[in-house]
Design a protein around this ligand. Structure first.
Ligand SMILES: C[S@@+](CC[C@H](N)C(=O)[O-])C[C@H]1O[C@@H](n2cnc3c(N)ncnc32)[C@H](O)[C@@H]1O
Length: 280
């Protein structure tokens, strides 16, 4: 308990009814671990501590000396997504973890960046997991037709509702056309930026449209900002388990321009994450 108090997970305070005694109280950090907190992080913590995600760290030095795409592939001989499609308990944990984060971000996006979605008729959340970000957007914009696009085994049992539907498929093959294409926290999604551009250009010959990315932008100048450690830890996690990394603005810009986009706007309003609008 001393360690947990020292690290901020409990506060030691006088008990109100009897000032002679002290008691342990929850703090904002430990409240995030409560099961009934709708924005809780306990599935995420369980996920990053699961042996399937910690084992790749033991394979780092072997991975540095081979040509595997990630330390995860060195550890297990297959990608995270292939493994999760076969391991149902891990798959549930992965989806619960993404889902908790997406509920929080979905809510934050509607509070802080509502204008980004105004005037759109359709949106597809590519690699949108169980759809919690799209659900928040669909609820806030009842006339916006939202589609969550993810691997078939992820969306197989999910039920759509009024302006929200689920579609299984492979984002590396093609992306469903829509006025806006949302990519949230998927290090590998950048591979499909060209498919996104294609989907914006070919949708019924309409002009405009945009890609909306919710992800981290590592600042060259922000090594002291309070979110830097989070961004750098996610960088390492992406490197060990996925084929990806966190990017600075210059790296994002190179990516957008080489995928054929002409301009972008970064809104750094979601804590360690930013909302980036990218235009054809
Ligand atoms: C890091 S999760 C992000 C999920 C969601 N965007 C979020 O932020 O909570 C990456 C998602 O990509 C999906 N995915 C991986 N490969 C895919 C593919 N080839 N086609 C479609 N979705 C894919 C996974 O199933 C997973 O839901």
């Amino acid at each position: 308990m001393r360690l947990l108090v020292h690290s901020g997970f409990f506060a030691l305070q006088k008990v109100a009814y009897n000032h002679c005694h002290e008691g342990y109280f929850l703090t904002p950090a430990s409240r995030l671990l409560l099961k009934d907190n709708p924005f809780g992080s306990s599935p995420f913590i369980a996920l990053v501590l699961d042996p399937i995600l910690t084992e790749p760290y033991n394979s780092m030095s072997t991975w540095f000396q081979n040509d595997d795409p990630s330390a995860f592939v060195t550890a297990f001989g297959e990608t995270l997504w292939d493994k999760s499609s076969r391991e149902s308990v891990f798959n549930r944990l992965l989806n619960a973890s993404m889902g908790g984060d997406s509920s929080l971000i979905g809510k934050a996006v509607i509070i802080k960046c509502k204008e980004v979605f105004e005037g759109l008729n359709s949106l597809v959340d590519v690699a949108g997991g169980t759809g919690n970000t799209a659900k928040a957007i669909a609820d806030a914009f009842p006339d916006l037709k939202c589609t969550v696009f993810d691997q078939p085994h992820v969306v197989a049992d999910l039920q759509g509702r009024k302006n929200l539907n689920f579609l299984g498929g492979d984002m590396f093959k093609a992306v469903h056309p829509a006025d806006a294409i949302l990519l949230k926290r998927d290090e590998e999604c950048v591979k499909i930026l060209k498919n996104c551009k294609e989907a914006l250009v070919t949708r019924n010959d309409k002009q405009g449209g945009k890609v909306i990315i919710i992800d981290m932008v590592v600042g060259d100048q922000d090594y002291d900002d309070k979110f830097t450690e989070t961004k750098l830890l996610f960088d390492i996690e992406g490197m060990s388990c996925l084929v990806g990394k966190q990017r600075n603005e210059k790296e994002w810009a190179n990516l957008f321009f080489s995928a054929g986009f002409s301009k972008y706007k970064i809104n750094p309003v979601l804590g360690p994450r930013a909302l980036i609008e990218v235009y054809p």
